[in-house]
Design a protein around this ligand. Structure first.
Ligand code: FES
Length: 576
């Protein structure tokens, strides 16, 4: 009864009982228990990683997507098998979804490799889900397609169009400043996110959906299809069909699609989108799984050539559905052709050039600007270096106040995210020209590098009409946030980076054009402070379990905050 066929379908990856025939026999017993016939053994199996969860409203359309994926798989002659993996929603994961991204990536990789599937469709959308699934796909390296859930439709309040969560922040600031009362902010909370799908501004979810297209890991043109449209369901059906073709041909595999050229295209796309700063962290982490190093200076150079062309919040005026109906990411690439590597492959088996040639040309649209009339003359982000950030820091210059891009001010230091509670203290000594500094909010320090870099403007100053100040931290910032905010200062304070040495009253100089961030304190004084510095206590609870693993293994922001031991992928390749 020993089968000599190449291992595929239900014969793949047999459970070890010391007798392969018995292992296959038992598998048939249990597939029969699920009501499947003998025919199931001869079909390519397409795993569908279900990230639907009651804790993840952004993935509320997962049941419909799964039905459409199954239809496509069955129509193409495959056998769909749905399996659960960890799901992460931004507002329901503590301390932060970033803390759990690597856990999701690790669990997804292991379940892809442990179960018999010839290809896999991974359903992702809410911020950290897509990078986690791409990291898993890169490491597992069996044929894989990301099925994006798609953005929400926009909300409405008193004649104004609203989007989660750029407008969440703006309206919350209005409430803090007394311009909205409790009843009004309560009504707003019901309108900001009107249904299933991901945040409909160019936040992290929308950024990662576009970058997934740029990496070639979802069907071209599909990243921005709104969540609740028939188009999204047809896209899922087509994804299911395509996954069967990938399973039959055995590829191309993620490592053959996510090449250095694909990461270059993703970086160009990120700069021109006005995308989320988190996008860079995730790209570094995904690339690291494939042995590809992303050079921060290279990303900065790309930003000097690729201007922001997309007029979407938080850098511009429109919302994701407008971007999609204006032609979406293929239309954006059409404007950036000379900067892209057009021979990069995608999961459809076509090239970027073919995706660009097929881009819709929408007469009169104003959302995706022509190269000659960009929204911003340069890319969304700039990488800074200096004595405050020897291994780099990031600023989203597209969402900053132009007048603050070159600024020198007095530091006002907050020791932790908890310490930020002082910010509304009427006795806090702070002025508009000061620079707010937050530390111990990096990968190890918080832990999990929370999106705390968007420090609120002190209430006293808010009431005086101050809307922006320079803020610096080793934290991250939501892709939906805006302001003159320097993030990802590396090395972080918790491991003894220079950020740990700043004292309230020190002068700091930010010069984005020169790409510099400097603490204006003498070398001798910094050496003295460094000699007196003692590492902070490890975060509570980090003596065991995942928290301990995280403390021991998480890398710094310039390495994507992946776990050090997850980067080599030889072991996964051997198991495939
Ligand atoms: Fe899920 Fe914004 S909270 S995408």
């Amino acid at each position: 009864m020993t089968d000599q066929k190449p291992r595929s379908g239900l014969r793949k990856g047999l459970t070890s009982y010391g007798d392969e025939d018995f292992s296959l026999f038992l598998r048939k017993v249990f597939i029969s228990a699920a009501g499947y016939g003998e025919d199931a053994l001869d079909r390519p199996i397409i795993g569908i990683a279900d990230t639907g969860s009651d804790f993840n409203p952004c993935h509320g359309n997962s049941p419909q997507l799964i039905a459409a994926l199954k239809r496509g798989i069955l129509l193409a002659g495959g056998l769909p098998m749905v399996f659960p993996v960890i799901s992460l929603h931004e507002s329901f994961a503590a301390p932060t979804s970033m803390y759990l991204r690597n856990l999701m990536a690790m669990a997804s990789e292991e379940m892809i490799l442990a179960q018999p599937m010839d290809a896999v469709v991974l359903i992702g959308g809410c911020d950290k889900t897509v990078p986690a699934l791409l990291m898993a796909a890169a490491s597992a390296d069996i044929p894989a397609i990301i099925q994006i859930v798609g953005p929400m439709q926009v909300g409405h309040y008193r004649g104004e169009v609203l989007g989660a969560c750029t407008d969440c922040r703006r309206l919350w600031a209005d409430y803090r400043a007394g311009r909205l009362d409790a009843a009004e902010i309560g009504r707003v909370s019901e309108r900001l996110a009107p249904g299933a799908g991901t945040c409909m501004v160019m936040g992290t979810a929308s950024t990662m959906a576009a970058l997934t297209e740029a990496l070639g890991m979802t069907l071209p043109g599909s990243g921005s299809i709104p969540a609740t449209t028939a188009d999204r369901l047809r896209n899922a059906e087509a994804t299911g069909r395509r996954a069967v073709a990938l399973a039959r041909s055995g590829g191309p595999r993620p490592s053959e699609i996510m090449t250095a050229a694909a990461f270059h295209n993703a970086m160009v796309t990120l700069q021109a989108l006005g995308g989320s700063t988190n996008g860079l962290l995730h790209l570094i982490a995904i690339a690291g799984r494939l042995g590809i190093a992303i050079d921060l200076a290279d990303f900065d150079r790309i930003g000097r050539k690729a201007p922001v062309l997309v007029d979407l919040k938080p850098s511009g005026a429109h919302y994701l559905e407008h971007y999609h109906w204006a032609g979406g990411t293929p239309r954006l690439w059409h404007e950036l052709r000379d900067l892209l590597d057009e021979i990069a492959l995608n999961v459809a088996g076509t090239t970027l050039r073919e995706a660009i040639d097929a881009a819709e040309d929408v007469p009169g649209q104003t959302v995706i600007r022509p190269r000659a009339a960009p929204l911003k003359p340069v890319g969304a982000m700039a990488v800074l270096f200096g004595n405050l950030c020897p291994r780099g820091a990031l600023i989203k210059q597209a969402a900053a106040s132009p007048a603050l891009l070159r600024h020198e001010g007095r530091a006002v230091v907050f020791e932790s995210t908890q310490d930020v509670a002082r910010i509304d203290d009427p006795d806090l000594d702070v002025a508009e020209s000061d620079i707010l500094v937050l530390r111990h909010a990096g990968p190890k320090g918080a832990p999990g590098m929370p999106e705390a870099g968007y420090l609120p403007i002190p209430r006293n100053l808010l009431r005086q009409g101050v809307k922006d100040m320079v803020r610096i931290s080793d934290a991250r910032m939501s892709g939906t946030a805006f302001g003159t905010i320097v993030l990802h200062v590396t090395p972080e304070a918790a491991v003894g980076g220079p950020l740990a040495l700043v004292e309230t009253g020190d002068r700091i100089r930010l010069d984005v054009e020169a790409r510099r961030l400097d603490l204006l304190v003498s070398e001798a004084e910094l050496t003295r402070r460094k000699a007196e510095w003692t590492p902070p206590a490890a975060p509570t609870g980090s003596d065991r379990g995942y928290a301990r693993l995280f403390q021991d293994a998480v890398l710094q922001a310039d390495e994507g905050c992946d776990f050090d031991f997850l980067r080599p992928r030889k072991a996964a390749a051997d198991r495939r």
